[in-house]
Design a protein around this ligand. Structure first.
Ligand code: ARG
Length: 413
């Protein structure tokens, strides 16, 4: 039987050429697999037909938008996932869902190998291949751009020579990856890290310097998941889409950073994630109201580790799954409403309301009749500070007391 290879297919020039290129180099039959994670653009049927026209023996297309929103974006929201405190792991969470569909296609069509269009310098190759072998250890992986010398120039030449039904003239200077959780732009002019991103970099957000009138929104959460916007029920996908539209119109969620790739390179990335950033801001504030203090502190550590694992391609790893269990457990009481003002690039929380929150007005108030017994504070501080006081006394006795520095010079005239 002829060997079969499933190719992660985007419909663009490189992966269209890769179909024939892989066949020529290996003799295998190529099955193209395109997965819709909300990247917009062309109709799946158009993409499917193009794959067949470029020589694929089969073309599988999957609308994975709800699956991606529910099973990948929502866990990222629950973790408040921001890699290096900034990047909402847009591309990192799409690779595992795409991989699920690739592996399912490989099983269905009896393929031995999965191929993807990544270069040898990025994170995405790692995410695909580690995810593939985590789901199906028997599968092999190849990357034609990295392993079969498929360069951009060769791809253009090949497409023209074979008359493939794909545009070869439109060359975007940027490398772009986008889905419903956000958009990543790199390379070209942005590789000089002093260069300011030009206006044409952005498509999910309008310029925050010229915002329309402020937009007030109320997001209701149940167990950490957005379930209503301004009182209307929404699915996770609809919540992200609506917040992309409304926060995007206000220029919320533009991110420009130098980040540490897994492969050791520092790279300049421009992201737009209006919906993700607004939802994370709302979710984080609701957690401040609803999580017990120690649980909240520890969850930050867990969330950061979760984010690094996901960034590093370990979505299906045992540790990531264990951390999911912890994070899910913390979300039991993350219920309630967050009101925000979206304006001029900011998503600013202005109100919060929760039936399961831990904020107690009667404890917090400075008005008459509060329920907090201040007389207990004195004894609490005495004992709480005891260990530090003992240590300080020993320092003083040994001539090592804290130097008062400039403060000692002050004249009290
Ligand atoms: N640096 C980001 C990440 O590793 C974005 C990668 C985007 N991929 C691309 N082909 N432009 O998650």
């Amino acid at each position: 039987m002829t060997e079969r290879i499933v190719l992660a297919y985007s419909g663009g020039l490189d992966t269209s050429v890769a179909i024939g290129w892989i066949h020529d180099a290996t003799g295998a039959e190529v099955i193209a697999c395109a997965v819709d994670v909300g990247q917009g653009g062309e109709d799946l049927d158009v993409i499917r037909q193009r794959a067949l026209d470029c020589g694929a023996v089969e073309a599988v297309v999957a609308d994975a938008r709800d699956e991606f929103a529910t099973e990948y974006c929502m866990p990222a929201l629950k973790a408040n996932a921001l890699y290096m405190d900034a990047y909402p792991v847009v591309s990192a969470i799409s690779r595992p869902v795409i991989t699920k569909h690739l592996v399912a296609a490989a099983k269905k069509y009896g393929a031995s190998t999965v191929a993807h269009g990544c270069t040898g310098k990025g994170n995405d190759q790692v995410r695909f291949e580690v995810s593939i072998t985590s789901l199906a250890p028997e599968l092999k992986c190849i990357a034609p751009v990295r392993d079969l010398a498929l360069t951009r120039d060769k791809a253009i030449d090949y497409a023209e020579r074979k008359g493939l039904p794909i545009e070869t003239t439109k060359h975007n200077p940027f490398s772009i990856d986008q889905n419903v959780w956000g958009r990543a732009v790199e390379t070209g002019y942005l590789e000089d890290i002093w260069n300011e991103p030009t206006k044409d970099v952005y498509t999910y957000t309008d310029d925050p310097a010229f915002p329309p009138v402020a937009d007030e929104v109320t997001i209701s959460f149940a167990e950490g998941i957005p379930v209503r916007i301004d009182g209307r029920p929404v699915t996770p996908l609809q919540a992200i889409q609506e917040m992309n539209r409304r926060a995007g119109a206000q220029g919320v969620g533009r991110i420009d950073i130098v980040e540490d790739r897994l492969v050791g390179i520092k790279s300049r990335e421009v992201y737009e994630a209006p919906g993700a950033m607004a939802l994370i801001a709302a979710h984080q504030e609701l957690e401040r109201v609803t999580l017990e203090r120690e649980q909240a502190r520890f969850k930050r550590t867990v969330g950061d580790r979760w984010t690094e694992l996901v960034y590093d391609g370990q979505w299906f790893s045992p540790l990531k799954k264990s951390l999911d269990t912890f994070i899910d457990d913390t979300q039991r009481y993350v219920n309630g409403d967050i009101r925000m003002i979206l304006h001029g690039g900011r998503a600013q929380v202005t109100g919060r309301r929760s039936e399961t929150g831990l904020y107690d007005f009667n404890l917090a108030t400075y008005d008459e009749g509060d329920a907090f017994d201040q007389s207990h504070a004195k004894g609490f501080i005495e004992i709480y500070g005891l260990a530090a006081k003992q240590a300080a006394a020993r320092d003083v006795a040994n001539g090592n007391g804290e130097d008062l520095g400039e403060a000692a010079q002050q004249d009290d005239a």
